[in-house]
Design a protein around this ligand. Structure first.
Ligand SMILES: O=C(O)C(=O)C[C@]1(C(=O)O)C=C[C@@H](O)C=C1
Length: 117
């Protein structure tokens, strides 16, 4: 049986879907393989991925709250809402470490902290 899957590009691709056809149909559908050793390893790796994702979400929320506090503190003291030189430093750090994706990530982080302009 064939099924549609959405690739990371967002476009539709076709792939074999063997879920439910073998003795381990459900496990195959969950992990994408019917090799039990590979499936076991995938499940273990996914546990760590889920842990990392939870940490990223927590840190994301903490950063946004801190950034909002800095902005509120500065504005309450008569300062500016933004400090563009600081934003440039942050963008450059993320670009240096992560390349073009880092720049995009830093833009999202900054947006989360300061809200819409
Ligand atoms: O560091 C500051 O001064 C902040 O206000 C925090 C922050 C940020 O999210 O990192 C947000 C807005 C500023 O323009 C610069 C940086």
């Amino acid at each position: 049986m064939m099924t549609d899957v959405v690739e990371s590009s967002g476009s539709l691709a076709r792939r074999d879907d063997r879920s439910g056809t073998g003795p381990n149909g459900a496990a195959t559908a969950r992990t994408g393989t019917d090799d039990s050793a590979a499936a076991e390893r995938i499940v273990a790796i996914r546990e760590r991925i889920d842990e990392i994702d939870r940490t990223i979400i927590e840190l994301w929320q903490e950063r946004a709250a801190l950034s909002q506090e800095v902005g509120a503190t500065r504005m309450a003291s008569g300062g500016t809402r933004l400090v563009l030189s600081r934003e440039r430093e942050i963008l450059e750090r993320f670009r240096r470490e992560l390349g073009a994706d880092g720049t995009q990530l830093a833009l999202l982080l900054l947006r989360a902290g300061r809200g819409p302009l």
